[in-house]
Design a binder for this molecule. Structure first.
Ligand code: NAI
Length: 255
């Protein structure tokens, strides 16, 4: 009975940026819980490869597609492929994100637009495209924020602004679409060992020491650390949870 609450059998999930890192961890978790998963990523080669691995591991079908979430036609095609391949779309995970590390006085408007376009504009656009399908059987949107959804960051101002926006957009869509039985929530990861995490360590001096000193769990997170929260927010277990942003951060945000 309890395990049924988290069962995603028969549900269709789309994970953007799911070919690596946190997105891959979430795609693996949803697939393991029974969902059919579509991974849309800039790298079609990586998406196709990991989709085959997930299918072999879980026995549930997974499709990997090349798509840039900031290109309107490619975002639309992603959602259309979910529907044409698996018959619908129930769970949208807006995970694709980038971090441009430039101080505000040096940041060009092109850099600003690029960062905000991937991290915030595309989150809204994918949600809008998915809306009609999510209405069909009660849908879920999971947006991936950051510790910089909460804290400011002089080193990555556009990243922090876009991730702060993700939290407000999550609340607004939750209110707007509650009547359609769509729950919209966010996960705010702490410092996670991924390609982006490694980029942070390279570009932000002393980051590793800062993270370890401030994280009560005293370690970086792994993509698998987000699995349980993702399954919870994707499943019937969270049917009365909407508009919230859940830190999964080893305690970083409470220090
Ligand atoms: P990652 O760099 O390992 O993976 C990001 C994936 O997104 C890549 O596969 C990349 O190809 C894809 N991607 C990038 N731009 C795209 C686009 N325009 N269209 C489609 N796919 C695109 O990064 P990571 O760490 O897994 O990040 C995933 C999300 O988690 C991002 O939104 C990031 O901001 C967020 N996050 C990461 C943290 C960390 O410490 N690693 C901490 C907090 C949040």
């Amino acid at each position: 009975m309890t395990s049924d609450l988290f069962d995603l059998t028969g549900r269709v999930a789309l994970v953007t940026g799911g070919a690596s890192g946190i997105g891959l961890g979430i795609a693996r978790a949803l697939s393991g819980a029974g969902a059919s998963v579509v991974i849309g990523d800039l790298s079609g080669e990586a998406a196709t490869r990991v989709a085959a691995e997930l299918t072999a591991d879980s026995g549930n079908p997974t499709l990997g597609l090349e798509a840039d979430v900031t290109v309107a036609e490619e975002a639309e095609a992603l959602v259309a492929r979910c529907v044409s391949t698996f018959g619908g779309l129930d769970i949208l995970v807006n995970n694709a994100g980038i971090g441009i590390h430039v101080r505000p006085e040096e940041m060009t408007m092109e850099q600003w637009d690029k960062n905000v376009s991937v991290n915030l504009r595309a989150v809204f656009h994918l949600s809008k495209i998915a809306y009609a399908h999510l209405c069909a059987g009660g849908g879920k949107i999971i947006n991936i924020g950051s510790m910089y959804s909460i804290f400011g960051a002089g080193e990555v101002p556009a990243y922090a602004a876009s991730k702060g926006g993700v939290v407000q957009l999550t609340k607004s869509l939750a209110i707007a679409w509650a009547e359609q039985n769509i729950q919209v929530n966010a996960i705010l990861p702490g410092w996670i060992n991924t390609g982006l995490g490694a980029q942070g360590r390279r570009e932000m001096e002393g980051l590793n020491e800062r993270v370890l000193a401030r994280t009560p769990a005293n370690r970086w997170g792994e993509p698998e650390d987000l699995a349980g929260t993702a399954i919870f927010l994707a499943s019937g277990a969270s049917s009365y949870v909407t508009g919230v942003s859940i830190p999964v951060d080893g305690g970083y945000s409470v220090t």
